[in-house]
Write a protein that binds this ligand. Structure first.
Ligand SMILES: [Fe+2]
Length: 198
């Protein structure tokens, strides 16, 4: 499609998100199965249900626009999911793997938040008011999912992961986030980076 109007770009980006959400619907059950922490499993299952609703919202937007949502593959989501799949092929301590799974899932949520934020702006400027409301609703769900993952990481998964392995080193906390770490040295475990807000 020749992108010579904002509306065409809006539709292209909606299609990209539609593909992203459908890829996520396939990935989330695998993440729920792989997770060891019960709350993390529940969190992925809950977000799967939300994602199914988000797909329906996008389908309603396509139907109102009288265009098909198909025909595009979101390369970014494909890569993000691949990152999570690579983690799930690893052996390791369950809590450490859960911490990795949350890190992968938060990358997905941040991508979606950025995408929905941009597209909602397009919808508003194009006068697509009901679509803008739907997109805003989805953005809020992604932000909440991200917040819940961060809370789970900082309250239990990361502290559990820090106990894995041997000795005091794995429990070490750092107060200086700007320092460089040598390969193999433990990273800070306070999870404060996961409270990043867009
Ligand atoms: Fe989503």
């Amino acid at each position: 499609m020749k992108l010579d109007t904002l509306k065409k770009l809006y539709i292209e980006q909606l299609k990209d998100l539609y593909s992203a959400e459908k890829q996520l619907i396939k990935a989330l059950p695998k993440m729920a199965d792989f997770a060891s922490n019960k709350k993390l499993k529940e969190s992925f299952k809950k977000h799967l249900e939300e994602t199914e609703g988000q797909v329906e919202r996008l389908e309603k937007i396509f139907s109102d626009l009288e265009v098909s949502g198909n025909g595009k593959t979101c390369a970014a989501m494909k890569g993000l999911i691949k990152g999570g799949e690579e983690l799930m092929e690893e052996d390791g301590d369950p809590a450490v793997l859960d911490a990795g799974l949350i890190a992968a899932a938060q990358r997905v949520e941040h991508y979606e938040m950025a995408a929905y934020g941009c597209i909602q702006e397009f919808a508003e400027i194009l006068g697509e008011e009901s679509a803008a409301l739907c997109l805003k609703q989805t953005f809020a769900e992604e932000a909440k999912a991200d917040e819940d993952l961060a809370e789970l990481a900082t309250s239990s998964v990361n502290p559990d992961a820090s106990k894995a392995g041997s000795g005091e080193k794995s429990k070490r906390r750092s107060s200086d986030k700007s320092q460089f770490y040598k390969q193999g040295e433990p990273r800070p475990t306070d999870g404060s980076h996961q409270n990043f807000r867009v």
